[in-house]
Write a new protein. Structure first.
Length: 421
């Protein structure tokens, strides 16, 4: 370069920059584009969204739509749902949605004032289920701190289990001077609660950070929420003006946990395309295991996982089991020499009815290898546990789950998802 600059015949030198396509930068930043490169688009997968409706757009094709509330249209009067839909399914060559080949169903639950009530949200879920949408986004929140036991949170937990639905929900955006706790319904146990990362509009993650208003934690509890985080800051997506933007006409930026949720829903759609037999609990395990930072602990910044399409795709180990009270379940796993191995245990809060909790089981996860080498995760309040280990030599180890079950539950089912790299 110095020789080039010194040459008398050279008057000016421009440094070539790398430009990456955007919906925005987010899809590339979280490596969803790598699944596209393997041919996964969400084709054949039905996704649903509970939101403010979707305005017709040349790059959005809806498989179905309906509405509840006092606005008798399915279009988006709130400049919200159309953006969310584009992040999931826009078919634009540059501003492409995560699961651009999927079938998406829009359930409009918002009234003309852009507020939805609980009956409308519940009815929207029922309609989506009737259409076969088993991966669903809900970005409608309450601005009320969650303790995990509000009526709609119990309903969501019941719905996830009884309908086998992967349900991703916005963590909420904390107001200036307000508490940092996730909003109702983000404290529900069986959902995937999503926080907002500012990716600084770069593919590199070295400068990424959780957005300042992204909610975390559960009121009156030490429970770990959100479950995952994803890009949700200045996301350029389909708008009501039939184009693409990251700022609404009124100047409001397309920023918030609402716009992180569809990244997660789209990723789940790609994983279902990859493995049609993966149920909602396995999908949850894969999204939580596929953490960009390859961590086995929760933090208020990165949650359990800063989603990564490639690591989630590689999280191919899956085991199902059940355990009784004060009993062990175990299986052998082989850890290859020098490989990083991580395992995630997920299970549900059990419900007797849509408004009645049957009980919450306390499960512990242990990875136990010869010579007394082990790692364990033993939270008493979360329904997620993670362990990890790297061995210098190939080793057969035991993956063990211990159950401490409440009265009324005789057996607790679970999934374990693992990644070895």
């Amino acid at each position: 370069m110095n020789e080039l600059l010194a040459a008398t015949e050279v008057g000016h030198v421009d440094i070539s920059l790398e430009f990456r396509p955007r919906l925005d930068v987010g899809m590339n930043a979280v490596e969803i584009d790598r699944l596209w490169g393997e041919g996964y688009s969400g084709a054949g997968v039905k996704l649903g969204m509970v939101d403010t409706g979707v305005t017709g757009h040349p790059n959005l094709q809806l498989a179905g739509y309906s509405y509840w509330g006092n606005d008798p249209t399915t279009s988006d009067q709130c400049d919200h749902g159309t953006y969310v839909a584009g992040i999931i399914r826009s078919n634009h060559a540059i501003y492409r949605g995560a699961a651009y080949g999927s079938s998406i169903y829009s359930a409009k639950a918002a009234n003309t004032d852009c507020i939805a009530d609980t009956p409308a949200v519940n009815a929207a879920l029922v309609w989506l289920d009737s259409k076969g949408a088993k991966i669903v986004s809900n970005t409608l929140g309450s601005n009320v701190d969650s303790n995990g036991n509000d009526g709609i949170e119990k309903y969501f937990d019941w719905w996830v289990v009884t309908r086998s639905v992967f349900l991703a929900v916005a963590a909420g955006n904390t107001p200036v001077g307000g508490s940092h706790y996730v909003d109702i319904p983000g404290g529900a146990y069986n959902i995937v609660t999503v926080g907002n990362v500012d990716d600084k509009n770069t593919v590199s993650r070295t400068n990424d950070w959780i957005y300042s208003t992204s909610a975390w934690g559960v009121a009156n509890s030490t429970r770990a929420k959100p479950d995952v985080v994803a890009p949700g800051t200045l996301i350029k997506s389909t708008n009501n003006q039939l184009g693409f933007s990251d700022v609404r006409p009124d100047g409001l930026r397309i920023t918030g946990t609402s716009f992180a949720v569809p990244h997660v829903v789209g990723l789940a759609g790609l994983l279902r395309h990859l493995d049609s037999g993966a149920d909602y609990l396995e999908l949850k395990g894969r999204v939580l295991t596929g953490d960009y930072f390859l961590r086995d602990t929760w933090s208020s910044v990165w949650a359990w996982s800063y989603i990564d399409g490639y690591w989630a795709r590689q999280s191919s180990y899956a085991a199902s089991g059940s355990v009784g009270h004060q009993q062990w379940w175990e299986t052998n796993v082989y850890l290859h020499a020098g490989y990083y191995n991580t395992f995630t245990l997920v299970w549900n809060r059990e419900m007797s009815a849509y408004n009645q909790v049957r009980g919450f089981s306390d499960l512990d996860l242990v990875l136990q290898c010869p010579g007394g080498v082990s790692d364990s995760s033993t939270s008493a309040v979360n329904n997620v546990e993670k362990v990890s280990m790297t061995r210098p030599t190939g080793t057969t180890c035991k993956l063990r789950v211990y159950g401490f079950l409440p009265s009324g539950i005789t057996s607790q089912s679970f999934r374990i998802v693992g990644l070895s790299i």
